[in-house]
Design a protein around this ligand. Structure first.
Ligand SMILES: [Mg+2]
Length: 109
């Protein structure tokens, strides 16, 4: 049974207050998967050097920082402002890198 399936079943069996954090995990992971799909539709299969990946990841990380600064009243008008969206995008880029790592290690079937 996949971890996702296991967590989904667990949430069904426990009281709401207990399953709350698991539900949040599943929700965020769904959002990352949706964003990852969007990135794939936009850019196709991405395979880069780790140095290039770091520039992409760093750009997304910078937008997370911008959004945090905006929320504190700092930064400038052109800065990213939706912290949640930027965190999901950052996680989706990390997912894309992890996919490449799996492939490089020959772990795909
Ligand atoms: Mg972003």
């Amino acid at each position: 049974m996949s971890k996702r399936r296991e967590l989904e079943e667990m949430v069904q069996q426990v009281p709401e207050v207990v399953g709350r954090y698991t539900k949040l995990m599943l929700l965020v992971n769904d959002q990352v998967l949706i964003e990852r799909t969007k990135q794939h539709e936009k850019w196709g299969e991405q395979r880069h050097s780790y140095g290039d990946w770091l520039t992409i990841l760093g750009e997304e990380f910078g937008e997370v920082c911008e959004a945090m600064q905006r929320n504190r009243g700092w930064g400038k008008k052109t800065d990213a402002q939706d912290l949640h969206k930027e965190l999901i995008q950052l996680a989706a880029v990390a997912s894309a890198i992890a996919e490449q790592v799996i492939e490089e290690r020959g772990l795909t079937s």
